[in-house]
Write a protein that binds this ligand. Structure first.
Ligand code: ATP
Ligand code: LTN
Length: 343
């Protein structure tokens, strides 16, 4: 990987970029909808993955907590199978080109477009006391993350597709104004589990920042905790284990079961035919816990070795900076900034 990243983008392998916020321990939703797809993609693509700490400060977060959660997020991603022989994994604030490009792209993003972003509307509603400009501008920084590497493909959960669409619009607008430069990135949403729902309110997505711990399975939860949360999951009246309209709770558990066992929804329905919700919930809990056990074990080793983590994020960050600096220089040239010896 290291060689390739300092060279011109080779035609044969497409480039992937994705990011995740260090706002808390990753949930089963983050894992199924995003992270676990990152591992197999490394075989086919050149991958650049990033812990987006600059995005995380758009919502109030205690500095000590942010520092700790950023390192933990980094270790969790390694534990989920990001392989640094094949991919880059770094911390966003270590690579200043993202924020630099984001300023330029601000001037190709419209106020009206940003106002329509549902994540902005949701988060402003949730934090009415702090509707800061960063929260509003969040999708432009995300566009910069992607475009500063000219990424071809962006694996995300379904909730991020609106932001990705905006990144595509910004890329096209910049290209038509200044001449072709940016690749217009494609989104990649995993077909199964693109939206894992809260265990306590299955009409809402499972989210790291949910205040109710029972709503969320964390990828580092132990087996008993996972089983307890599954047993308490809100399900609908009725007793059939069947995927059907209006049965959000059972649909969500079936999706989770299918995602962690690899069985189809139909096979899962057959397996639990005639059995009650209690048996099913226990089976879901056990399957999830077994699936996540190796991640938990690997994480414990990694988080204990801060020197190793530092070596990894430093090397990857330096390489990401070199790669992205070349693209940023081209942007600066196109828009008419005077060349500088200091960059
Ligand atoms: P926060 O609660 O801090 O907003 P989050 O849990 O929503 O965080 P993000 O960091 O915004 O997670 O998302 C990381 C990745 O996980 C994104 O690609 C996102 O689409 C995906 N993702 C988040 N929640 C889910 C979910 N419930 N189901 C599937 N994918 C998800
Ligand atoms: N906005 C994303 C995190 C994110 C991202 C990115 C994802 C920041 N930059 C670039 C893909 C590509 C989120 O909230 N999940």
């Amino acid at each position: 990987m290291s060689e390739q990243h300092t060279e011109q983008k080779p035609e044969q392998k497409k480039l992937i970029f994705s990011g995740i916020q260090p706002t808390g321990t990753f949930t089963l939703g983050n894992y199924i909808g995003a992270i676990r797809n990152w591992k197999p993609l490394q075989e086919e693509y050149r991958c650049i993955y990033c812990v987006v700490d600059e995005h995380a400060i758009t919502v109030k977060i205690d500095p000590a907590k942010l520092r700790q959660k950023t390192l933990e997020a980094y270790a969790q991603l390694l534990a989920c199978g990001i392989d640094l022989e094949k991919s880059l994994l770094f911390i966003q604030s270590h690579v200043p080109t993202h924020a630099q490009l984001s300023w330029v792209l601000n001037c190709s993003a419209q106020f009206g477009e940003l106002s329509r972003m549902t994540q902005f509307k949701d988060k402003s509603q949730k934090h009415p006391e702090d509707i800061n400009a960063g929260l509003f501008d969040y999708p432009v920084l995300m566009a910069a993350d992607i475009l500063v590497y000219n990424a071809d493909l962006v694996p995300v959960g379904a909730d991020q597709m609106q932001h990705l669409e905006l990144a595509r619009t910004i890329a096209r607008r910049f290209n038509s104004r200044y001449g072709e430069l940016f690749t217009v990135p494609e989104g990649y949403v995993s077909p199964l589990g693109a939206k894992v729902m809260s265990l306590q309110d299955p009409t809402k997505k499972m989210s790291k920042s949910d205040e109710n711990p029972n709503a969320v399975i964390l990828i580092l939860d132990d087996k008993d905790t996972i089983i307890r949360k599954c047993k308490r999951a809100v399900t609908d009246s009725g007793s059939e284990i069947k995927f059907q309209e209006g049965k959000d709770g059972i649909n969500n558990l079936l999706t989770i079961y299918s995602a962690v066992t690899g069985k189809s929804i139909q096979d899962a329905e057959k397996e639990f035919d005639g059995q009650g919700y209690g048996t099913f919930k226990l089976a879901v809990g056990e399957a999830v816990a077994d699936h996540l056990a190796p991640v938990r074990e690997e994480y414990a080793k990694l988080i204990a070795d801060k020197a190793y983590l530092k070596e990894c994020y430093t090397r990857c960050g330096a390489e990401a900076l070199r790669y992205s600096q070349r693209i940023l220089n081209k942007v600066y040239r196109k828009i008419g900034f005077v060349a500088s010896e200091i960059r």
